[in-house]
Design a protein around this ligand. Structure first.
Ligand SMILES: O=C(O)CCC(=O)C(=O)O
Length: 342
């Protein structure tokens, strides 16, 4: 058995001061000391772990294909170099905290969940410093597990978060995160799931070949998927959301899936309003997705000249189109010629 211990998670040297500051808060919580969230104490798992030490960083780097269970109940699988899934990354208390705080953020009068052209999905884009620190702490924690398990996974200090609220079965189209707000360099994209489960598609490279194969995963509440390094631009999709498959603590009337996608995108700091609202046309989206090649620069959105769609704040359903964080890129497969921001 391979052992995995959060107590052994060393801060990779590349980790920035920002991330280190977050870690000072989050790691004690996972070691059982608990972080304080809105006055509540979050019960942390045991600080002791057992099994083979894969987090001595030296030994932990050959996990591709292996499934590792932490004593805290997290299961870690390296799907390919730079793609790691952490099952049970968030405790139930952490999931509930995220749900509660995300609903608060989403119902703000300004910059709440935008739903224009999103096929029933709420979308919220912010600098990390605007959302509760614990969100970013939890993202960094998952990213550390990923880099401790996979030598190809860089450390990450997220600057932005996209929060999606899926209230219907509709998901997001296959796409690569190639736009200027999708994260700098090969920094990992960290995706946390809370609430209803979804079918997530990811295109995995076939070793030794130029080909890839699609892999389908169920992402459940509390899971994290992280992709970075050589897989930073991997194709992925949310194929379907299963609103009926939700944690018992989530009420039927509030059933939905939240995803929180964290990115290190210092180059777009200060441009949040733009990335909240921009819309590109579907032809542009298709072209950029099909023409872009690994090594190319990130693509700057080219704003569509088409008529601006009405944008609303707060939760609301809209017509049958998807957007991207983010928005733009997912839209068109769902009908629209105009795609909101990613
Ligand atoms: O909502 C999700 O889980 C996926 C989000 C995503 O693919 C993206 O923002 O690029």
């Amino acid at each position: 058995m391979i052992m995995f211990g959060l107590s052994c998670l060393l801060v990779p040297s590349a980790l920035s001061f920002h991330a280190s500051a977050h870690l000072a808060r989050v790691l004690p919580s996972r070691a059982g000391a608990a972080i304080s969230m809105s006055g509540d104490r979050i019960p942390g798992p045991s600080s002791t772990v057992s099994g083979n030490d894969v987090t001595g960083i030296g030994v932990s780097k050959q996990l591709h294909g292996a499934v590792v269970t932490t004593q805290a109940g997290q299961t870690v699988e390296v799907l390919a170099p730079g793609i790691v899934i952490v099952r049970g990354a968030l405790s139930e208390s952490e999931q509930k905290f995220i749900l509660h705080e995300t609903n608060k953020l989403g119902s703000r009068d300004v910059n709440g969940f935008a739903t224009s052209g999103t096929n029933g999905r709420g979308r919220l884009y912010e600098q990390c410093k605007v959302v509760p620190d614990e969100f970013t702490d939890l993202a960094i924690q998952s990213s550390l597990i990923a880099s401790a398990s996979d030598a190809a996974m860089p450390a990450c200090s997220p600057t932005h978060v996209l929060i999606n609220k899926y209230s219907t079965s509709a998901g997001l189209l296959w796409h690569r995160d190639i736009y200027s707000n999708d994260g700098d360099g090969d920094m990992p994209v960290i995706n946390l799931s809370v609430g209803a489960s979804c079918k997530f598609g990811i295109s995995l490279p076939i070793r030794g070949a130029e080909l890839s194969e699609s892999r389908y995963l169920q992402l459940h509440s509390g899971d994290a998927i992280i992709f970075g390094g050589p897989s930073r631009f991997v194709k992925h999709a949310v194929l379907e959301v299963d609103i009926s498959q939700k944690p018992t603590w989530m009420t039927d009337s509030n059933a939905c899936r939240f995803s929180l996608t964290f990115r290190e995108a210092s180059s777009v700091l200060g441009r949040e309003d733009f990335f909240r609202n921009f819309k590109v046309d579907s032809e542009w989206f298709d072209r950029t997705q099909s023409e872009w090649r690994q090594g190319d620069a990130l693509v700057e959105p080219e704003i569509a000249e088409a008529e601006e769609e009405e944008r609303t704040d707060g939760w609301a359903d809209t017509d049958g189109r998807m957007d991207v964080c983010a928005g733009a890129r997912h839209a068109r497969a769902y009908a629209g010629a105009l795609v909101p921001p990613r």
